[in-house]
Write a protein that binds this ligand. Structure first.
Ligand code: HEC
Ligand code: HEC
Ligand code: HEC
Ligand code: HEC
Ligand code: HEC
Length: 586
């Protein structure tokens, strides 16, 4: 290449050509480089986007996950793995009873179905089965709304809704689109029906593969382990014949675009109420944005929420506190906010549609009206540092994993401690042992406080029973019942939350501390009813309260010693200061 400063004309021409050639070359190299970078980025993106061939066509009645599985076999495998290495059915395979592990739970739930049968949860594969066999369902009448969170119910709600609205509800219409208005309508329609009736309807719904294959997970024996058909097949024409599925692909994904979405009316109503209220929700920026906007349409998570929010919202459709029985449609109590006392306040303000007082059960020992708490994972997570840092449920419970070049979200939804590397270590650079021990540290402290709160609760109940035995009436005990309700609500809140304090450790400790306080307040107040009249304390000799830095030295001490020196000595020697006046005055 000729240097351009050569002034010889021939050379100058050559120089000009040189510049042109140089420019051309630089441009060519730059273009090639940019193209290479783009290609690299694109292929990386493509790899990360999970290459797949749509072999099966899906639509809005594709409830059976099997055809989805042909398109996304890794996701399908993960989903199936929530059953463990195989599906374990039968009464001997049921998870441990929480009532046996923590006997005070029986007293907490005295008078309520939970005191009959309450077990540890297990993977999503079991949700429909375990609900079908719990004695809470087989021995007590339950609401159809129980299925909102235990079955794939979107098509059921939509079909019933379309019919109620007088619109087409055949398979073609159902397959065509997801009509949230119809879903809401159907949800309301079935909410007053019984569990058995709605389960029967669910099994009759089209699932995209009628009679083609068995459902992936076996159905629960009709009527439970001791029911009518225990140990034998249910007759073909029995209303409970047919297929139903636990939460499946269609409940969290749009079958056309695969975008994640929420489908459960309980959540949509709850989050709308939250948005319309004024409780701060700093971890959910889209709510703030909606509040500041025109508000011409109600907050709609599928339109307004960020993708990161949706990665928690899909779980918040079920892992929440709720009311679910026949007196009112399934409700998430979020209008005053997501904190424990916000939910408590919402229930206190609620009355049933027939005008009667809201409560879940009458306590079997004392007669107080109690509100039961259910698994508030979404709410407790909302109070923690991870939510505030923008970390979603899916980040920890459905972490990215790699199989070959493909990177995808694990659909084996389970404890993150099963895979700390994928769940935690992309953010935290401590060792796995260290991270596990941090979690265990939080959980052990939580457990210790929980046991104390359980004990305080039982001692409160004993004291209230003794007060009753001593003649206290329900009217006398009104305020004590309020304290009982508050203490139990707080205890149940953390006991029912499944992270054992991890989702928001300080908040969990605060709530348990309040529970202990309310139990003890109730206990002290109740004991007054059985104690004889309080004796006078006038005659008891006590040390006068002198304070740490008295403004003036106490009279009799002033002559020989400095006041604080005397206070120190007196603390040990228990002598009489004889200063009545000072005691009353301070
Ligand atoms: C808002 C969603 C939702 C509704 C409504 C709901 N559940 Fe659940 N259920 C869950 C979640 C989440 C779990 C897992 C967490 C847990 O067990 O604490 C669960 C766990 C269970 C379990 C297994 C553990 C146990 O409690 O023994 C049973 C059985 C059960 N539910 C029965 C019912 C019944 C009966 C109803 C209706 C009264 C009902 N569920 C309504 C969300 C729901
Ligand atoms: C349609 C309701 C529903 C949705 C949506 C849902 N869950 Fe669940 N989940 C349940 C029920 C019900 C159970 C308990 C099943 C049982 O015990 O039979 C459960 C169990 C679990 C368990 C196992 C609990 C244990 O003790 O082993 C984890 C972990 C979990 N869910 C996390 C999540 C996360 C994270 C999401 C969101 C990505 C999510 N769930 C979405 C209803 C739901
Ligand atoms: C920062 C990580 C993280 C986030 C975010 C998170 N969790 Fe968890 N979760 C955990 C850990 C850790 C445990 C305790 C697991 C254990 O004890 O085995 C847990 C426990 C649970 C359990 C009980 C699981 C079991 O095996 O007993 C459920 C259910 C659950 N989380 C649901 C949720 C939901 C729903 C959300 C979002 C609203 C959420 N989690 C957000 C880390 C997280
Ligand atoms: C409880 C809700 C839930 C269910 C049920 C569910 N998914 Fe997902 N899925 C998610 C979430 C959350 C993501 C992450 C989405 C995101 O980050 O945009 C996801 C992502 C995906 C993706 C995108 C690529 C990836 O891995 O991030 C595919 C494909 C997918 N799921 C397939 C399936 C299939 C197939 C099924 C049924 C066998 C299924 N999902 C069931 C919640 C669910
Ligand atoms: C997406 C990133 C991310 C993931 C995934 C994540 N964390 Fe965190 N974690 C954070 C951030 C951010 C903080 C807050 C740090 C701060 O602001 O000081 C935090 C804080 C913590 C704390 C301190 C909590 C407290 O109450 O003070 C613990 C313990 C913790 N994480 C454990 C875990 C464990 C265990 C997992 C896996 C189950 C996990 N984290 C997953 C980002 C993450």
């Amino acid at each position: 290449m000729q240097p351009a400063h050569n002034m010889n004309p021939r050379c100058l021409r050559a120089g000009k050509t040189g510049i042109l050639v140089l420019t051309f070359l630089v441009a060519a190299v730059a273009t090639a480089l940019v193209t290479w970078v783009l290609i690299q980025m694109f292929t990386r993106k493509q790899e990360e986007r999970v290459p797949f061939v749509r072999v099966a066509e899906l639509n809005e009645i594709s409830v059976d996950p099997e055809p989805w599985g042909r398109n996304w076999p890794h996701h399908f495998d993960g989903w199936k793995s929530t059953a463990g290495d195989k599906f374990y059915g039968g009464s001997s395979a049921m998870p441990e009873s929480k009532l046996d592990l923590q006997p005070w739970l029986k007293r907490l739930y005295a008078g309520y179905a939970f005191s009959i049968d309450y077990r540890k949860a297990r993977g999503h594969a079991y949700m429909l089965y375990d609900q079908g066999v719990t004695e809470r369902v087989t021995k007590k009448p339950q609401a159809g709304a129980c299925l909102h969170c235990h079955g794939s119910t979107t098509v059921l709600y939509r079909k019933v809704g379309l019919e109620a609205m007088g619109e087409d509800a055949d398979d073609e219409a159902l397959a065509a689109d997801f009509n949230m208005e119809a879903v809401q309508k159907g949800f309301e329609e079935v909410s007053t029906k019984s569990y058995e009736e709605v389960l029967g309807m669910l099994k009759q719904m089209p699932d995209g593969t009628p009679d083609e294959n068995e459902p992936v997970f076996p159905p629960a024996p009709v009527g439970g382990f001791e029911g009518e058909f225990a140990g034998q097949p249910v007759p073909e024409d029995h209303p409970t014949g047919g297929e139903a599925h636990p939460v499946t692909c269609i409940d969290c994904h749009d079958p056309e675009t695969m975008a994640i979405r929420v489908t459960r009316p309980g959540f949509i109503n709850g989050i709308q109420a939250l948005a319309e209220g004024d409780a701060p929700a700093p971890h959910l920026p889209s709510i703030d944005k909606w509040r500041k906007g025109s508000r011409s349409k109600p907050y709609d998570p599928n339109r307004d929420a960020t993708r990161q929010e949706l990665r928690s919202f899909v779980c918040g459709q079920c892992h929440v506190e709720y009311y679910c029985a026949n007196k009112m449609t399934l409700t998430f109590p979020w209008k005053n906010g997501l904190r424990m006392e916000d939910e408590e306040k919402t229930w206190e303000e609620t009355t049933f549609p027939d005008g009667t007082e809201f409560y879940d059960y009458i306590h079997g020992e004392t007669g107080a009206k109690i509100d039961k708490v259910q698994h508030p994972e979404f709410e407790l997570w909302s109070q923690g540092i991870h939510a505030r840092s923008g970390v979603s449920c899916a980040d920890c419970h459905m972490p990215y994993q790699r199989v070959g070049a493909a990177k995808f979200s694990s659909h084996n939804v389970r404890s993150p401690l099963e895979n700390v590397n994928a769940s935690c270590q992309n953010c935290h650079h401590q060792s796995e042992t260290e991270l596990v021990s941090r979690v265990e540290g939080i959980q052990e402290r939580n457990q210790a406080l929980l046991e104390r709160a359980g004990e305080a609760m039982t001692q409160m109940l004993d004291a209230i029973l003794e007060a009753k035995a001593a003649g206290a009436t329900d009217e006398d005990l009104k305020e004590i019942f309020d304290l009982q309700r508050k203490s139990m609500w707080r205890l149940d809140y953390i006991s029912s939350e499944n992270s054992k304090g991890f989702h928001a450790s300080q908040e969990a400790a605060r709530i348990l501390a309040e529970s202990i306080d309310y139990s003890r307040q109730a206990e002290v107040a109740a004991l007054r009813y059985r104690a004889p009249e309080a004796p006078s304390t006038e005659e008891i000799e006590v040390e006068g309260v002198v304070g740490v830095t008295p403004e003036e030295p106490p009279a009799e001490a002033a002559d020989d010693k400095p006041a604080d020196a005397e206070a120190e000595e007196d603390g040990e020697s228990d002598t009489d200061t004889g200063d009545e006046g000072e005691r009353e005055g301070s």
